[in-house]
Every structure is written in structure tokens, then in C-alpha cells.
Design a protein around this ligand. Sequence first.
Ligand SMILES: [Cu+2]
Length: 500
Amino acid sequence: MLSPRLSRRNFLNAVGTMAGGSLLGQTVGCKPPATSQSKAATSQGGAPPDYTLTIAVKPVELSPNRIVSTTTYNGQFPGPLLRLKEGQRATIDINNQTDTPEQLHWHGQFLSTDVDGAAEEGTPFIPPHGSRRITFVPKPSGYRFYHTHVRAGANLSTGQYTGLVGPVYIEPKNNPGAYDREVFLTLKEFEPSLSRGGDMDMNFLSPAATVKELEDSGESAMKASLAKGMPHGFEVGYGSFTINGRMLGSGEPIQVKQGERVLFHVLNGSATEIRSLALPGHTFTVVAMDGNPIPKPVRVPGLWLGTAERVSAIVEMNNPGIWIMGDMANDDREHGMGTVVEYAGQKGKPRWIAPKPFPWNYAQFGNPRVAVPAPDQVIDMVFAKQNAAEGGFNRWTINDTAFSEDAMHPMFRLKQGKRYRLRMRNGSDDIHPIHLHRHSFELTRVAGQPTSGVVKDVAMVGGYQEMEIDFVADNPGLTLFHCHQQLHMDFGFMALFEYV
Ligand SMILES: [Cu+2]
């Protein structure tokens, strides 16, 4: 049941891999100090920045005999953890040492279009071999992240296929604090390669209810395409899998003591994949999703995260041993997607025990009975796939329109202060982690099940399923909506909202 083809690795892919010794030692969840680069500050004529991020191609040591060359922030993966304070202006210098223009997107924050980091909204590019200083007032508080926001298309050496991902934590004015310590985990694959994918069979989402009408149209479009002799559209697979840039067995273990309560901040930094995470013999008490506290903590056997989703969950360390905390997909975990949790005083080989399959229902984190205010307007969206329609890649449409970088016409109009409901209907069998820039939204209906109180900036819409999300138009300016799966957003799955 839980044997989805989570990823299609290419065993032959050794591009970018070379043998070598130890290069980089990364500490899990370390708290890097603000990088002070007086030179950069002087050249830009101001006070030193709170942080400097330098984009450059560097070697990253995934394991002692596996070093890849990829684009990074500050020569490390993940990029440095940026700790910002809610409401306190931050200054960031971004240097681009590559030959191509870059965008740095502040995922999950409510910023202006000038700094949000999306060319489609009008953010200026960070020019090749150039730099840009930006300032903004961080908000909202909680677990956010930053990542590149450029189109990759068929070029798997750019966009989110690279190492351009890093965590952000915006300190709230009041810290809840019922935990002993925090550990940040970024899940990320490397060595991408193209493959001819089939249907991704992933059935962990609950409720499982699909919409027959969507299924009929999606399946018949696919059949018609294959009948014409079209192959399946390209998918992307990976050669190596990491947590915090280290393959299972290569990183420093997470050392814990019995009775400790560890708050894990987990980010799916993948360009294209949905990830799961379990720790045998332990449960996760979810306290926040996408950095936003949920109405009450909810205990689950494991986690599922679409691309760019975050989960903050407390694990009470009450089962001494040496454990593998890893992806439930055996193939991916065995190729690196895991880390070791080691209790003080315990010895032996790290153990993995697969948890029983469990459903992942966003509504379980919400309030079932609290009514949500009626929206001022409902905006309908239908997602569809045109198999292999664009140079062998699937083309994606929202309401029959594939986003065009040439035209960039806003598709939807908003009035400031109004509450909107997006009624999303997925006419494809893929799961889409949809993302709204510069705003967060509340889940109000998940595959037919009403809910409230779960506030997110990414949510997975299941194959042939429906989802409704509400948001208030409270941050004027062009606002990008897209699927966070890089292959989908690059081939049409984007739309712009404009304020009128
Ligand atoms: Cu998608």
C-alpha cells in the first residue's frame, strides 16, 4: 500500500559525483552567527547587513565518497539558518557569483513585490556576478525558508534542483517553549536526471475521495495522448538523498537524552518530490504547519511533506536506542534519506522499523466544527495535464491556460481587504503542492471534509481531488500562485493575482 514510486532514481547517473575525502563538516541545527562582510557593506555604502548570502557553485560532501558540485548559499548545504526577529527590520546582502541571474524568494513571508523574490511579481534579478541589498520587516513569525525562484525547464543544474535552499526562523514576540531544544532538518535530493515517468501512485492522503468527473476527464486525456503514440512526459529522479546535505550514515547523529523533548523543524527542500519521515518507536506531536501554530497539538506516527512544506513537531525521547529517522520509502532511505538518532549511553547499529501505514489528513490538525466566515468571492481553478506536450515535458494548465513568461497576464483580480476562497479541482492524477506567495491561507475543505484553523502557504491537492482554501487580500501587489513542483511550475502551472 505504501510502496509508491516516490522517486525514480537513475542508477547510472554519476554526473557530478567524484571520489574524495572529507571537505565539509556540517552541524545539524547549528545557529550560525550573522556573517559580517565589511567589504560588501562598505561597497554598498551602509551599515553591515544582518546576513550575507553568496550564491556560488561549490562542492558539497554528501558522504565521504560522494561529493557533488552544485549551486549553494555560502558554500554550504543547506544555506545558513537565518534567525530573524518578528517586526525588526532585517538587511540582507545577496551576492551572485554565478553566470546567470538569480532570484531569492522568502517563502512564507508577507513581503513587498520588490523583495519577495519572484520575477513574475516584478522583483529585480540579482545580476550575474552582481549583488543586491534588500531590507524588509520579517513576518509572520515561525519557520520560513528561502530558496531560488528561477525557471529551470529542462536544465537540471539550475532552479531548485541545486542546493539553493536554506531555513529561516522568525522569532515570535512570545515564545511558547515546551521543548528542550530545536533541530532543523532539510530534506533534499541531489544528482537529478530525467526519466520517462509513469503514474505516481501515492495514496497516503486522506480523505481519499476523488471526483469522478475529474478522474474521467484526466484519464481520457491521458489515454488519448498515449493512443497517439506519445510517451509519458518526463519526470525527474535523483541519485542521492540527504538530510541536511548528508546521506544516511554520513552525518553527525542527533544525540539525545532519555526524557528530552526535541522540537524538529522539518522542511521538504526537494524540487519535485513528496517526502515522508518517521522515527521508529516514537511519535511526532505536530505543533505547527508551515511555521504556523495549529489549533492544538496532534500526535501522529510520522510525517508527510509536499515540496516546500514544513512541519514542526515535538518528539519525546522515551525509547532508548540507536534509531534511523528516515523516509518510509525504503529505496530512498537506503540511498541516503535518513539520519541517526542516538541516545546517550547506547551502542550498536542504527535500527529501522517501518511504521504501519497511516493516513495523512490535513483536517486532523484543524477544528472540525468551527465555521469559517463566508468568502466575498469564490475563485474556481481547475488543474490539468497535457501529457508530454512541451518538448516531451508535461504541460500544466490552470483553467485551460498554461502560464507564459512572455505574456505574464494576471489571471485573477483581488480587492484589498476582501476574503477569497480558492476552489481548486485537480484534473490530474498527480499530487500538487500548491503555493501562494506573500499571503497565507486557511484550509477550509479537504477532499470534501470541512475544516478550519490550519494556516499554511503550501498544501497538497490530491490526484483528482478538490480542496478549498481561504485567504484575505491584505498585501497589495502582484501575487504569484503556483504548484511548487519545479517541473509543474516551469511548464505552465502558475498564475498571477493582481490587486485592482
Ligand atoms: Cu504540481
